[in-house]
Design a protein around this ligand. Sequence first.
Ligand code: BG6
Length: 468
Amino acid sequence: MKFPKEFLWGGATAANQCEGAWNEDGKGASIQDYMPHGIMQGPSEVIDKHNLKLEGIDLYHHYKEDIALFAEMGFKVYRMSIAWSRIFPNGDDEKPNEKGLEFYDNVFDECKKYGIEPLVTLSHYETPYHLAKKYDGWRSRDLIGFYEKYVRTVFTRYKGKVHYWITFNEINSIWHFPLMGAGILTPKNSLSAQDLYQAAHHELVASALATKIGHEIDSENKIGCMVLGLTSYPRTCNPDDVIATMEESKRGYFFTDIHMRGYYPSYALKMMEKEGVVLDATDEDLEILKNTCDFLSFSYYMSKCIASNPEQYEKGKGNLTTGVKNPYLQESQWGWQIDPKGLRYLLNTYYDRYQKPLFIVENGLGAKDTLLSEEKDGYWVEDDYRIQYMNDHLAQVSKAIEDDGVEVMGYTSWGCIDLISASTAEMKKRYGFIYVDRNNDGTGTFKRYKKKSFYWYKNVIETNGKII
Ligand code: BG6
């Protein structure tokens, strides 16, 4: 298998799922600190001490050890997020929290020590809670200004230390979970199409503004958008299923088109018209949107099937959105359908559409791991299933590059170290190359153990993918 010489191999995490230290050194609460059950139940009124994310895997105090392990695997890049509420505890504060800024200085310095490039997500499902409570998150236009101040602060502070940025994690998730995607506390069933499109517009403007500011502050910065990437297949060749799939895809392309082309495409205007949405978009907003991204990044875990009559089929499972089940695919222990070829397909569709570099910034298998009673050949977890999953996906990435000519910048596997899952807020769903001793009931020592996949990935990186 062939990968370009400069291919950015690495792993990915998000602050709210791994850092812990939820109220240390001046950090304010984020929406995640009020979401003990992920997306499975609504937010809690008060901080629930059983919320595993409050302590995460305590990366806040283990970052040196963890980055050293990433370096041992040979990471070229480490995707992580800055917890917005570590920098601006309430989101609308006058001044940033110096302690929070220092923490990320230390993390970036540690990465630099090993020649690892940070890839920083500016907002990964962790809107400051105060902004959710006081403004109902991104429903308010005021959030654009607060986000602008935040990104200006971090772009300036980390100039020269960080060159790769992502504006919002899975920005298209607002359609499915407005709280996670846009910090909106109002329950989804009380939100109108107008509310959702308007909030999405505010995020899109903020994202383009971040791209503009990031380029102005450092012309070396590469700034990307990020979406939940889901390949959608028609369930059958019935033209009704094909049209239903086309309609579904438009909702998916809505965000990437605006980010990569710089304007609302005609189908998007029609979608809003049909749903009776009258967008409050100023001339200045439309001008800002013209600041398009340098790359498109996405997560990829599964594909889905679309049917014009979905009630006839068994429903599929997934993190935020699903269609109907595909009879040709196997599924993970959480019922997510595994489809490596769907990744090649998605890479091709995005590249054909935009002709801009792509970055796979999340992919991996959430599975229950068993810690061995004793070390075996240097590892503690025999996770051949994970190796198989990633091997099969990387083989398809290689095909997209070699056979199809797609430009892929890199690959960061999700949860390169075990962390708290987003949708179900649990520890037992593990993605990592590194096992962390923490359990669903909150017990555990936080000790780190290498898995068999640790050595496999090290070898993949060392050989630039030749062993795949
Ligand atoms: C993506 C998110 O949707 O999926 C991550 O960006 C998340 O934050 C990942 O962790 C996997 O989902 P889950 O629910 O298994 O953690």
